[in-house]
Design a protein around this ligand. Sequence first.
Ligand SMILES: CC(C)(C)OC(=O)NCc1c[nH]c2nc(N)[nH]c(=O)c12
Ligand SMILES: [Zn+2]
Length: 373
Amino acid sequence: MAITYEHIKTCKQTGARLGKVHTPHGTFDTPAFMPVGTLATVKTMSPEELESMGAGMILSNTYHLWLRPGSDIVEEAGGLHKFMNWKGSILTDSGGFQVFSLSDLRKIKEEGVHFRNHISGEKLFLSPEKAMHIQNQLGADIMMAFDECPPYPAEHKYMKDSVERTSRWAERCLSAHQRPHDQGLFGIVQGGEYEDLRKQSARDLTSLDFPGYAIGGLSVGEPKDVMNRVLESTTPLLPTEKPRYLMGVGSPDSLVDGAIRGIDMFDCVLPTRIARNGTCMTSNGRLVVRNAKFARDFGPIDENCDCYTCRNYSKAYIRHLVKANETFGFRLTTYHNLYFLLKLMRQVREAIKEDRLGDFREEFFEQYGFNKP
Ligand SMILES: CC(C)(C)OC(=O)NCc1c[nH]c2nc(N)[nH]c(=O)c12
Ligand SMILES: [Zn+2]
């Protein structure tokens, strides 16, 4: 379990904590945002560009890479880092979530999940052991346990059965984990909006002594105050000397609010996904660059941004590229959005250092427009 967390300090104004995560492929500061590279690429970005904007760890996905190109090929290439030429750290999600969100026709049994390949339709089966085998072939620094992420909302009875199975699956993942010294396996706390089930899931998983813990099953459509309430009751149950990872989150406001509630790691497809339809995150809120009003606007996407896109290109030019479906246009919006979130996390870490994350939240929310009714 060569993943270690170094706690540096806790913000005096909030519950946020400043830290570092050490992996065999380097160290990154937390709270951290991790760009998502599902198919072994953060869409349209080169590894050099990701490194230049300060990305320390990126995500890839077990289920997707198992299907395409096949985890055997990645293994023969020498593992995911070599295959995609990424020198930093990698986390692979276990595929459980993707199975539940991508394919219908699925049957959840104790031994694992039967479902159809979302591309070819062929019958497939994933189990904790299979997910661990694939992740060991990919060779990520951090691997995720095979869990069920039930849809929102779910009945308490269903959620209880699901949490108990997810805990049994977590135990099976630990025993199937072949390389504990080079790869850290994180447990995933589930339980939906039910505090008693979140406590049960956290208790089960912390008794298994994982090197880090994720909070799953959030950002699945529940209101923000439900997410914040679940975080407030769940993070205190997790060990303070290990990383806490909130999966699938998120929007700029959720990143700040998650950090305030003690989260160290975040991932979300939002910045890269909305970039590909020409939507940008800016310090004054979202901006849809293909909007006609920018046709003759020769200023940058964001006056307060010093990224490559904002230093060199205008809204008019990027609008033209995006409307013409030019790949370079999506590269520019993607670069800016990732830079924006990575810079936001730098500002969050700075605010923790100066014990003023609560003040920073007010300023940032006001300017971005989150407080608008
Ligand atoms: C709908 C979005 C993707 C925004 O969030 C979630 O679904 N959030 C939950 C989530 C994201 N990724 C996960 N991986 C795993 N193993 N388990 C999970 O619960 C999740
Ligand atoms: Zn920019």
